[in-house]
Design a protein around this ligand. Structure first.
Ligand code: IMP
Ligand code: MG
Length: 172
């Protein structure tokens, strides 16, 4: 499997340290409030569960699954599994694996925002700003990455590689 990875961008140790930093920052920012982590399936699950373990706040976790229609879908996104809980009046933090064009996130924020949360912010593991089309305010960013397709630590190529403990660039 590792032979198909041409470069390791972020090692397991580096990811662990960065997730720790983010958790510390989130714990400080939200102070004693309680938080709803909304993990977007499936890519953000590894990140969300690691992060949650390090956040020292009362929190709950919920999951949302979406599918987008092909490559040039331009934001045509459909919820295939909705949240279990009502987020009205709650502090909500959306956990994403990667923000690329921004179309997916724009749809998500519009949908979740219409449910009247007290606050709605985003924590993304990766940010590929070079490909951004929809500009958005991302409160927490793990790493910025170059314009290369990456896998591992939750991110897949055709459902494979999610279980790699590091993030790497796949052989094209
Ligand atoms: P966006 O709507 O263009 O921002 O697409 C973001 C979604 O595309 C992410 O949530 C991922 O599921 C997927 N994606 C984008 N780039 C990559 C990548 O390099 N590896 C794996 N999945 C990716
Ligand atoms: Mg995704």
């Amino acid at each position: 499997m590792t032979g198909e990875i041409i470069e390791v961008l972020f090692s397991e140790e580096r990811i662990r340290r960065r997730v720790q930093d983010l958790a510390r920052q989130i714990t400080a920012d939200y102070n004693d409030r309680s938080l709803v982590l909304v993990s977007i399936l499936r890519g953000s699950v590894f990140f969300a569960t690691d992060l949650a373990r390090l956040i020292e706040l009362p929190l709950s976790m919920d999951f949302l699954s979406i599918s987008s229609y092909g490559e040039d879908s331009e934001g045509v996104v459909r919820i295939t599994k909705d949240l279990e809980e009502n987020i009205a009046g709650q502090d909500v933090l959306v956990i994403e694996d990667i923000i690329d064009t921004g179309f997916t996130l724009k749809y998500l924020l519009r949908t979740l925002g219409s449910r009247n949360p007290k606050s709605l912010e985003v924590c993304t593991l990766l940010d590929r700003r070079a490909r951004r089309i929809i500009d958005m305010d991302l409160k927490y960013i793990g790493f910025e990455i170059p314009d290369k397709f990456v896998v591992g630590y939750g991110l897949d190529y055709r459902q494979r590689y999610r279980n790699l403990p590091y993030i790497g660039i796949l052989k094209p």
